[in-house]
Design a protein around this ligand. Sequence first.
Ligand code: ARG
Ligand code: ZN
Length: 876
Amino acid sequence: STIYLKDYRQPDYWITETGLRFELFEERAVVHSELQMHRHADSPADAELVLHGVELKLLSVKVDGQPWPQDKYSVDDKTLTLRDLPESFVLACVTEIEPHKNTSLEGLYKSRSMFCTQCEAEGFRKITYYIDRPDVMSVFTTRVEADKSQFPLLLSNGNAIERGELADGRHYATWLDPFKKPAYLFALVAADLEVVEDRFTTCSGRDVLLQIFVEAKDLDKCAHAMLSLKNSMRWDEETYGREYDLDIFMIVAVDDFNMGAMENKGLNIFNTSCVLAAQETTTDAAFQRVEGVVAHEYFHNWSGNRVTCRDWFQLSLKEGFTVYRDSEFSSDMNSRTVKRVEDVQHLRSIQFPEDAGPMAHPIRPASFIEISNFYTMTIYEKGNEVVRMIANLLGKELFRRGCDLYFERFDGQAVTTDDFVACMAEVSGRDFSQFQHWYEQAGTPRLAVAGQYDAEAQTYTLTVEQSCPATPGQAVKPNFHIPLAMALVGRRGLLPLELEGESHGVETVLDVTEKQQQFVFSGVSEKPVPSLLRDFSAPVNLSCAYSRDQLLFLIANDTDGFCRWDAMQQLAVAVISEQAEAWRAGESLVVDVRLVQAMRQLLQDESADRAMVALMLALPSLPYLVDLLDSPDIEALHHARATLRQHISGELQALLLDTYHSNMSDVEYQPSAEQIAQRSLKNACLAYLSLQSDFSAIERIQQQYQDADNMTDKLAALAAMVNSNSLHAETAKQAMLDDFYHAWKHEALVVNQWLQVQSACALPGGLERIKALMAHEAFDIKNPNKVRSVISIFCGQNAINFHDASGSGYEFLADQVIELNALNPQIASRMIVPLSKWRRLPAAQGDKMKLALERIMTSPNLSSDVFEMVSKALKG
Ligand code: ARG
Ligand code: ZN
């Protein structure tokens, strides 16, 4: 059943205090709850109390200490309903659950030998009966009891206020969290873990104990997360004036986790992949992810916990804002331009297709069936872009004032995105009514831009037209307010901008608010090339009919890093598309020399940021091209792209080799922006050089594999070897894979990288390799990281194999979704995305994908998660 934002109303009862006692045993847990409750002042005296509860065994229910009569309550599979209640009372329930059988990884479950929880969004109802919605906030006191030798560590939110011994070798700990919170921020851990500790003194002088709990073997992999945490705490004080508010901040690493991490008050629970990092086991990209996720969860303490969401339609209130905060933090810690380009790349390759598909939704959706399906790139990453636009519109100082007002006014409350925007309007005096469409309308807006130079009048006219494709339930949409950052690039740099007699420096932001607008720049002394959407100033699809020479000019001369990268992308897309067309027609077409020329210039530019060079050398990925183009011929695109890479490798061989060698280094490893840049360029060169099928290419890979003192270089070598189609690689390939596995089989996160490299391999026979990996001892369908490393990588990134003409990839995915639906609906549901694109592909493939969806749809016991995704995908 669908839930609508317009139906929101406050609950009939509030909970002010929540007392919990957990008795944890090997095969069951008994949960005692005591809820201090009272009726809403506006609700009638006979209002029923409806509590959420799923997969619970109710053992007893009491009101004010008395067993509540049978005829005054009823239970079904989702609720407990009580009648004839007094105005205020204590409700006490005892329920029993089976954490060891909980494979959904929401609620209370076991990851290996430890007990842990994941309650966001609606997992608390799998622990005990509760009003499980974010506007019901209360103070939690939690007592955890378990066997002392097996579970020496007993944690929950807030501060530990009591510990003690119990009979039969058991013990307990009681935790009090003084801050009111909704149930989704509750957490509990019972485990046998080691700890890494540090301290942080806040700006007001409070001494905070920082703890990261991990398995003993991972103690040497916590330093990066700890440093990131301290940097985040300092940054949030300096940038937003936000201070930490408890005496202790804990992070627990768990192996089995549906997402990246969770911001439970004072007790963050992390997927091991987002907290552990060490030179030998972790790639540079993973180091940066750890830094970003630690920051993200920490920042939630204010943007999410102190000020939370009124209902789940407001999810982007905390997620979009917090992603904005963590991306700014990462930009300050590393290279700003590189971070921006990576974020845009991510947004365009995953969020844009989502916004163009059957699941398209606004960042504040109006309805949903299953909220878990709305932890999307749209809510998070497009949400980030919308907050970024607000921050840019206001400027640094006003935005900070708006945030101060928001945190101060709504501290301790559950609020809406409207409340957030209202603060920004209030401090700036700006009218946000048109801007609000970003919250309400789905779809990626399109901007069509054309420029016209009038040499005689010395004017340059930009004509800008906006539109937005229809999305489910939204056929026509009012115009957006789109901030279009731009400049005019001349032969000797940026030209001064003069609009209607007013000077705008050399860079400006045009407010695009109408369907069509013209901007006439005067005093333009030469024909410029426009630099548009600088720093990606709005999450839109911009088109401008640049000639290839103009793109080359921008690559060489634009001062905006994003625009230079984007020009290279556009050039590459054009060249690959025309190569694919030729291949389809059975013709051979000479590769446009200008692309190779642009890459040569980049490689020769000593002053260029190496990470940017690496990003610009990489051709757009096949899945990106498939999503970008209409009715794509995947085989043709794959062939065109592969041939082009081969061509670049041959043409630039000497230069690539030079660059490869000059970026080798024996400086001690650091995950610093500078070193990461250097390794990324070196490994980009290695990947191109490995396309040469001579023996020395294989030897070079082997040499790097042997010499590498860090996982970035080692994995780059392994990937180059696995993807090599040289005859010389045949035996060497298996030897390297075996060596890697045997060296790392006790490190789950390293084994996952070994799985990923093989799952992404585009060489023929992909599905057979996947099936072999799934039969390997390293695979476990109950562990989301393994599922992602094999099945999701294959179906989402290995486009040429997944879309095999036989349809075997689709059949395979349907089988996996059906199996996972029974084990872990959240993970099953996410895997449907590749099939949901069936309408965009040629019928030969699209029809088979649709059949696979229909087979899932008719399989028994569909979870609401999978049902929503498949039914929407079929409806289109
Ligand atoms: N709030 C978490 C974060 O953004 C995400 C947890 C959501 N988990 C889930 N199973 N839906 O960091
Ligand atoms: Zn978050």
